[in-house]
Design a protein around this ligand. Structure first.
Ligand SMILES: Nc1ncnc2c1ncn2[C@@H]1O[C@H](COP(=O)(O)OP(=O)(O)OP(=O)(O)O)[C@@H](O)[C@H]1O
Ligand SMILES: [Mg+2]
Length: 330
Protein backbone atom coordinates (compact mmCIF):
# COMPACT_ATOMS: atom_id res chain seq x y z
CA UNK A 1 0.00 0.00 0.00
CA UNK A 2 1.55 3.35 -0.92
CA UNK A 3 1.51 6.22 1.53
CA UNK A 4 -1.28 7.94 -0.35
CA UNK A 5 -3.76 5.07 0.04
CA UNK A 6 -2.56 4.62 3.62
CA UNK A 7 -3.46 8.21 4.33
CA UNK A 8 -6.80 7.76 2.58
CA UNK A 9 -7.60 4.77 4.78
CA UNK A 10 -6.62 6.65 7.92
CA UNK A 11 -8.81 9.62 7.02
CA UNK A 12 -11.73 7.42 6.05
CA UNK A 13 -11.45 5.58 9.38
CA UNK A 14 -11.30 8.88 11.26
CA UNK A 15 -14.49 10.08 9.59
CA UNK A 16 -16.21 6.75 10.12
CA UNK A 17 -15.35 6.95 13.83
CA UNK A 18 -16.65 10.51 13.90
CA UNK A 19 -19.90 9.48 12.27
CA UNK A 20 -20.37 6.54 14.64
CA UNK A 21 -19.64 8.73 17.62
CA UNK A 22 -22.14 11.35 16.48
CA UNK A 23 -24.76 8.67 15.82
CA UNK A 24 -24.56 7.47 19.41
CA UNK A 25 -25.24 11.02 20.59
CA UNK A 26 -27.87 11.95 18.02
CA UNK A 27 -30.12 8.95 17.82
CA UNK A 28 -32.40 8.17 14.91
CA UNK A 29 -31.32 11.23 12.90
CA UNK A 30 -28.85 9.51 10.59
CA UNK A 31 -29.69 11.89 7.76
CA UNK A 32 -28.86 14.95 9.85
CA UNK A 33 -25.52 13.45 10.94
CA UNK A 34 -24.66 12.54 7.36
CA UNK A 35 -25.61 16.01 6.07
CA UNK A 36 -23.41 17.66 8.70
CA UNK A 37 -20.45 15.57 7.57
CA UNK A 38 -21.21 16.22 3.91
CA UNK A 39 -21.29 19.96 4.61
CA UNK A 40 -17.97 19.68 6.43
CA UNK A 41 -16.39 17.79 3.52
CA UNK A 42 -17.97 19.93 0.81
CA UNK A 43 -17.10 23.20 2.54
CA UNK A 44 -20.68 24.41 2.69
CA UNK A 45 -23.40 25.56 5.06
CA UNK A 46 -26.63 23.97 6.20
CA UNK A 47 -30.10 25.31 6.74
CA UNK A 48 -31.97 22.90 8.97
CA UNK A 49 -35.71 23.00 9.42
CA UNK A 50 -37.31 21.02 12.18
CA UNK A 51 -39.66 21.28 15.13
CA UNK A 52 -38.19 22.29 18.52
CA UNK A 53 -36.40 19.62 20.51
CA UNK A 54 -35.19 17.51 17.59
CA UNK A 55 -31.49 17.66 18.52
CA UNK A 56 -30.51 20.42 16.09
CA UNK A 57 -28.40 22.24 18.69
CA UNK A 58 -27.15 18.96 20.13
CA UNK A 59 -25.97 17.79 16.70
CA UNK A 60 -23.87 20.81 15.74
CA UNK A 61 -22.46 21.10 19.25
CA UNK A 62 -21.46 17.44 19.18
CA UNK A 63 -19.74 17.89 15.84
CA UNK A 64 -17.79 20.95 17.03
CA UNK A 65 -16.77 19.08 20.17
CA UNK A 66 -15.12 16.40 18.01
CA UNK A 67 -13.24 18.87 15.82
CA UNK A 68 -10.30 21.06 16.70
CA UNK A 69 -12.60 24.02 16.25
CA UNK A 70 -14.41 26.46 18.49
CA UNK A 71 -18.15 26.73 18.46
CA UNK A 72 -20.55 29.62 18.95
CA UNK A 73 -24.29 29.87 18.98
CA UNK A 74 -26.21 33.01 18.13
CA UNK A 75 -29.90 33.23 18.86
CA UNK A 76 -31.48 35.36 16.17
CA UNK A 77 -34.04 37.79 17.60
CA UNK A 78 -35.89 40.81 16.20
CA UNK A 79 -33.54 43.20 18.04
CA UNK A 80 -30.28 41.54 16.94
CA UNK A 81 -27.92 43.93 15.12
CA UNK A 82 -25.40 43.04 12.43
CA UNK A 83 -22.62 44.14 14.79
CA UNK A 84 -23.79 41.56 17.36
CA UNK A 85 -22.78 38.99 14.77
CA UNK A 86 -19.77 40.51 13.08
CA UNK A 87 -18.21 42.44 15.95
CA UNK A 88 -17.45 46.13 16.39
CA UNK A 89 -14.69 48.66 16.64
CA UNK A 90 -14.17 49.55 20.27
CA UNK A 91 -12.44 52.77 21.35
CA UNK A 92 -9.33 52.12 23.44
CA UNK A 93 -8.67 55.38 25.35
CA UNK A 94 -5.35 54.09 26.73
CA UNK A 95 -4.05 53.49 23.18
CA UNK A 96 -5.93 56.37 21.62
CA UNK A 97 -7.33 54.18 18.83
CA UNK A 98 -10.11 51.85 17.84
CA UNK A 99 -9.65 48.13 18.15
CA UNK A 100 -11.73 45.50 16.42
CA UNK A 101 -13.56 43.11 18.71
CA UNK A 102 -14.49 40.10 16.59
CA UNK A 103 -18.05 38.85 16.95
CA UNK A 104 -19.30 35.25 17.10
CA UNK A 105 -19.15 34.94 13.30
CA UNK A 106 -15.39 34.42 13.60
CA UNK A 107 -15.93 31.00 15.17
CA UNK A 108 -15.23 28.11 12.78
CA UNK A 109 -18.46 26.32 13.72
CA UNK A 110 -21.45 28.59 14.10
CA UNK A 111 -25.05 27.86 14.97
CA UNK A 112 -27.39 30.59 13.76
CA UNK A 113 -30.47 29.61 15.69
CA UNK A 114 -33.88 30.60 14.35
CA UNK A 115 -32.39 32.66 11.57
CA UNK A 116 -35.84 33.85 10.48
CA UNK A 117 -36.43 35.69 13.77
CA UNK A 118 -33.97 38.47 12.93
CA UNK A 119 -34.60 41.19 10.34
CA UNK A 120 -33.09 41.18 6.87
CA UNK A 121 -30.07 43.33 7.81
CA UNK A 122 -28.72 40.70 10.18
CA UNK A 123 -29.61 37.84 7.89
CA UNK A 124 -27.72 39.44 5.04
CA UNK A 125 -24.69 40.09 7.24
CA UNK A 126 -24.54 36.34 7.84
CA UNK A 127 -25.36 35.31 4.27
CA UNK A 128 -22.79 37.73 2.90
CA UNK A 129 -20.11 36.37 5.19
CA UNK A 130 -21.09 32.85 4.12
CA UNK A 131 -20.66 33.77 0.48
CA UNK A 132 -17.61 36.03 0.69
CA UNK A 133 -15.79 34.34 3.59
CA UNK A 134 -14.96 37.74 4.95
CA UNK A 135 -16.54 40.43 7.04
CA UNK A 136 -16.30 44.15 6.51
CA UNK A 137 -16.62 46.40 9.53
CA UNK A 138 -16.03 50.08 9.01
CA UNK A 139 -13.33 50.36 6.38
CA UNK A 140 -11.57 47.14 7.34
CA UNK A 141 -12.13 43.68 5.91
CA UNK A 142 -11.41 40.66 8.06
CA UNK A 143 -11.07 37.14 6.70
CA UNK A 144 -13.07 34.37 8.33
CA UNK A 145 -11.33 31.27 9.69
CA UNK A 146 -10.23 28.64 7.11
CA UNK A 147 -12.88 26.28 8.43
CA UNK A 148 -16.20 28.06 8.47
CA UNK A 149 -19.30 25.94 8.87
CA UNK A 150 -22.64 27.57 9.55
CA UNK A 151 -25.72 25.67 10.55
CA UNK A 152 -28.77 27.89 10.53
CA UNK A 153 -32.07 26.65 11.90
CA UNK A 154 -35.65 27.43 11.11
CA UNK A 155 -38.71 26.35 12.96
CA UNK A 156 -41.63 25.29 10.73
CA UNK A 157 -44.23 26.23 13.33
CA UNK A 158 -44.99 29.74 14.53
CA UNK A 159 -44.40 31.86 11.46
CA UNK A 160 -45.87 34.93 13.14
CA UNK A 161 -43.42 37.80 13.60
CA UNK A 162 -40.73 36.09 11.55
CA UNK A 163 -38.71 37.40 8.63
CA UNK A 164 -38.66 34.69 5.97
CA UNK A 165 -35.23 34.37 4.35
CA UNK A 166 -35.17 35.92 0.87
CA UNK A 167 -35.56 33.05 -1.60
CA UNK A 168 -32.72 34.37 -3.75
CA UNK A 169 -30.32 34.18 -0.84
CA UNK A 170 -31.21 30.63 0.12
CA UNK A 171 -28.85 29.67 -2.70
CA UNK A 172 -25.99 30.40 -0.28
CA UNK A 173 -26.86 27.27 1.64
CA UNK A 174 -25.28 24.10 0.31
CA UNK A 175 -28.21 22.07 1.63
CA UNK A 176 -31.63 22.68 3.08
CA UNK A 177 -32.32 19.78 5.41
CA UNK A 178 -35.71 18.95 6.86
CA UNK A 179 -35.80 16.70 9.89
CA UNK A 180 -38.74 14.89 11.43
CA UNK A 181 -39.56 13.11 14.65
CA UNK A 182 -37.60 9.97 15.62
CA UNK A 183 -39.20 6.51 15.64
CA UNK A 184 -40.28 4.67 18.79
CA UNK A 185 -37.04 2.71 19.26
CA UNK A 186 -34.94 5.86 18.86
CA UNK A 187 -37.19 7.74 21.28
CA UNK A 188 -36.55 5.11 23.95
CA UNK A 189 -32.81 5.35 23.32
CA UNK A 190 -33.03 9.14 23.62
CA UNK A 191 -34.56 8.74 27.09
CA UNK A 192 -31.67 6.51 28.16
CA UNK A 193 -29.15 8.97 26.74
CA UNK A 194 -30.80 11.88 28.52
CA UNK A 195 -30.55 10.01 31.84
CA UNK A 196 -26.87 9.27 31.21
CA UNK A 197 -26.24 12.91 30.36
CA UNK A 198 -28.05 14.13 33.48
CA UNK A 199 -25.96 11.77 35.60
CA UNK A 200 -22.73 12.82 33.91
CA UNK A 201 -23.60 16.47 34.45
CA UNK A 202 -23.57 15.86 38.20
CA UNK A 203 -19.99 14.57 38.04
CA UNK A 204 -18.36 16.58 35.29
CA UNK A 205 -15.21 15.01 33.89
CA UNK A 206 -12.91 16.45 31.29
CA UNK A 207 -13.80 15.33 27.80
CA UNK A 208 -11.47 12.45 26.94
CA UNK A 209 -12.47 12.25 23.31
CA UNK A 210 -9.96 12.98 20.64
CA UNK A 211 -10.64 15.91 18.39
CA UNK A 212 -10.14 15.64 14.66
CA UNK A 213 -7.36 18.02 13.57
CA UNK A 214 -8.45 20.55 10.98
CA UNK A 215 -5.55 19.45 8.77
CA UNK A 216 -7.37 16.11 8.46
CA UNK A 217 -10.58 17.86 7.45
CA UNK A 218 -8.73 19.75 4.71
CA UNK A 219 -6.92 16.61 3.56
CA UNK A 220 -10.25 14.78 3.35
CA UNK A 221 -11.71 17.68 1.34
CA UNK A 222 -8.85 17.35 -1.12
CA UNK A 223 -9.60 13.65 -1.54
CA UNK A 224 -13.27 14.38 -2.09
CA UNK A 225 -12.29 16.68 -4.96
CA UNK A 226 -10.08 13.95 -6.45
CA UNK A 227 -12.87 11.34 -6.64
CA UNK A 228 -13.83 10.05 -10.02
CA UNK A 229 -17.08 11.20 -11.59
CA UNK A 230 -17.81 9.33 -14.82
CA UNK A 231 -18.71 11.56 -17.81
CA UNK A 232 -22.22 10.08 -18.07
CA UNK A 233 -22.81 10.92 -14.40
CA UNK A 234 -21.60 14.45 -14.92
CA UNK A 235 -24.08 14.68 -17.80
CA UNK A 236 -26.87 13.30 -15.60
CA UNK A 237 -26.12 15.87 -12.90
CA UNK A 238 -26.07 18.72 -15.39
CA UNK A 239 -29.25 17.42 -17.02
CA UNK A 240 -31.04 17.44 -13.66
CA UNK A 241 -30.09 21.07 -13.13
CA UNK A 242 -30.96 22.06 -16.71
CA UNK A 243 -34.32 20.31 -16.37
CA UNK A 244 -34.99 22.42 -13.28
CA UNK A 245 -34.69 25.49 -15.52
CA UNK A 246 -36.66 24.07 -18.42
CA UNK A 247 -38.43 20.75 -18.02
CA UNK A 248 -40.43 21.00 -21.25
CA UNK A 249 -38.35 18.22 -22.84
CA UNK A 250 -39.73 15.85 -20.23
CA UNK A 251 -43.07 17.19 -19.16
CA UNK A 252 -44.89 20.34 -20.27
CA UNK A 253 -47.02 20.55 -17.13
CA UNK A 254 -43.95 20.23 -14.91
CA UNK A 255 -42.15 22.94 -16.90
CA UNK A 256 -45.05 25.31 -16.26
CA UNK A 257 -44.96 24.56 -12.54
CA UNK A 258 -41.38 25.80 -12.17
CA UNK A 259 -40.79 29.54 -11.99
CA UNK A 260 -37.06 29.40 -11.26
CA UNK A 261 -34.56 26.59 -11.54
CA UNK A 262 -31.22 25.97 -9.91
CA UNK A 263 -28.20 28.19 -10.63
CA UNK A 264 -24.67 27.04 -11.48
CA UNK A 265 -24.05 27.30 -7.75
CA UNK A 266 -26.68 24.59 -7.51
CA UNK A 267 -24.82 22.29 -9.91
CA UNK A 268 -21.56 22.85 -8.06
CA UNK A 269 -23.31 22.04 -4.79
CA UNK A 270 -24.88 18.90 -6.23
CA UNK A 271 -21.54 17.66 -7.50
CA UNK A 272 -19.69 18.39 -4.29
CA UNK A 273 -22.32 16.79 -2.07
CA UNK A 274 -22.49 13.68 -4.26
CA UNK A 275 -18.69 13.41 -4.09
CA UNK A 276 -18.69 13.85 -0.31
CA UNK A 277 -21.37 11.17 0.07
CA UNK A 278 -19.36 8.76 -2.10
CA UNK A 279 -16.22 9.47 -0.08
CA UNK A 280 -18.06 8.91 3.21
CA UNK A 281 -19.20 5.52 1.87
CA UNK A 282 -15.57 4.58 1.25
CA UNK A 283 -15.78 4.70 -2.55
CA UNK A 284 -13.46 6.51 -4.92
CA UNK A 285 -16.17 7.00 -7.53
CA UNK A 286 -19.62 8.59 -7.56
CA UNK A 287 -22.75 6.56 -8.35
CA UNK A 288 -26.13 7.77 -9.63
CA UNK A 289 -27.41 6.98 -6.15
CA UNK A 290 -25.05 9.53 -4.59
CA UNK A 291 -26.50 12.22 -6.84
CA UNK A 292 -30.10 11.16 -6.27
CA UNK A 293 -29.66 10.87 -2.51
CA UNK A 294 -28.39 14.41 -2.03
CA UNK A 295 -30.49 16.05 -4.77
CA UNK A 296 -33.57 16.82 -2.62
CA UNK A 297 -31.56 18.61 0.08
CA UNK A 298 -29.32 20.38 -2.44
CA UNK A 299 -32.09 21.51 -4.78
CA UNK A 300 -35.33 21.99 -2.83
CA UNK A 301 -34.55 25.61 -2.00
CA UNK A 302 -33.21 26.38 -5.47
CA UNK A 303 -36.22 25.27 -7.51
CA UNK A 304 -39.14 27.60 -7.01
CA UNK A 305 -42.72 26.80 -7.99
CA UNK A 306 -44.74 29.17 -10.14
CA UNK A 307 -47.55 31.12 -8.58
CA UNK A 308 -50.19 28.72 -9.93
CA UNK A 309 -48.23 25.64 -8.86
CA UNK A 310 -47.88 27.02 -5.34
CA UNK A 311 -51.65 27.37 -5.20
CA UNK A 312 -51.92 23.71 -6.20
CA UNK A 313 -49.67 22.70 -3.32
CA UNK A 314 -46.36 22.35 -5.17
CA UNK A 315 -43.17 23.31 -3.40
CA UNK A 316 -39.47 22.93 -4.19
CA UNK A 317 -39.37 19.53 -2.58
CA UNK A 318 -42.14 18.11 -4.73
CA UNK A 319 -40.70 19.68 -7.88
CA UNK A 320 -37.30 18.09 -7.25
CA UNK A 321 -39.03 14.75 -6.70
CA UNK A 322 -40.79 15.11 -10.05
CA UNK A 323 -37.51 16.03 -11.79
CA UNK A 324 -35.80 12.97 -10.32
CA UNK A 325 -38.65 10.85 -11.70
CA UNK A 326 -38.47 12.35 -15.19
CA UNK A 327 -34.76 12.67 -15.99
CA UNK A 328 -33.48 9.24 -17.11
CA UNK A 329 -30.90 7.71 -14.77
CA UNK A 330 -27.72 6.57 -16.58
N1 LIG B 1 -32.34 12.29 18.23
C1 LIG B 1 -31.91 12.61 19.46
N2 LIG B 1 -30.84 11.98 20.00
C2 LIG B 1 -30.39 12.33 21.23
N3 LIG B 1 -30.92 13.29 21.98
C3 LIG B 1 -31.98 13.94 21.50
C4 LIG B 1 -32.53 13.64 20.22
N4 LIG B 1 -33.56 14.46 19.99
C5 LIG B 1 -33.66 15.23 21.06
N5 LIG B 1 -32.72 14.94 21.99
C6 LIG B 1 -32.54 15.59 23.29
O1 LIG B 1 -33.61 16.50 23.43
C7 LIG B 1 -33.17 17.73 23.96
C8 LIG B 1 -33.48 18.86 22.99
O2 LIG B 1 -32.53 18.85 21.95
P1 LIG B 1 -31.96 20.18 21.29
O3 LIG B 1 -31.84 21.25 22.28
O4 LIG B 1 -30.74 19.80 20.54
O5 LIG B 1 -33.14 20.48 20.29
P2 LIG B 1 -33.29 21.62 19.21
O6 LIG B 1 -33.69 20.94 17.95
O7 LIG B 1 -32.07 22.45 19.18
O8 LIG B 1 -34.51 22.42 19.76
P3 LIG B 1 -34.91 23.97 19.57
O9 LIG B 1 -35.47 24.10 18.18
O10 LIG B 1 -35.92 24.23 20.61
O11 LIG B 1 -33.65 24.76 19.76
C9 LIG B 1 -31.71 17.58 24.26
O12 LIG B 1 -31.58 17.20 25.60
C10 LIG B 1 -31.29 16.46 23.34
O13 LIG B 1 -30.20 15.79 23.87
MG1 LIG C 1 -31.77 24.45 19.59
Amino acid sequence: MDSRTEDATRLFDAFRALREDLSTQIVGQAALVERLLIALLADGHLLVEGAPGLAKTTAIRALAARLEADFARVQFTPDLLPADLTGTEVWRPQDGRFEFQPGPIFHPVLLADEINRAPAKVQSALLEAMGERQVTVGRQTYPLPPLFLVMATQNPIEQEGTFPLPEAQLDRFLMYVRIGYPEAAAETEILRLARDRARAAMHPEPDKHERLPLADVFAARAQVLDLHVAPQLERYLVELVLASRDASRYDQALARRIAWGASPRGSIALERCARARAWLSGRDYVTPDDIRAVAPDVLRHRVLPSYEATAEGWDGERLVGALLDKVPVP
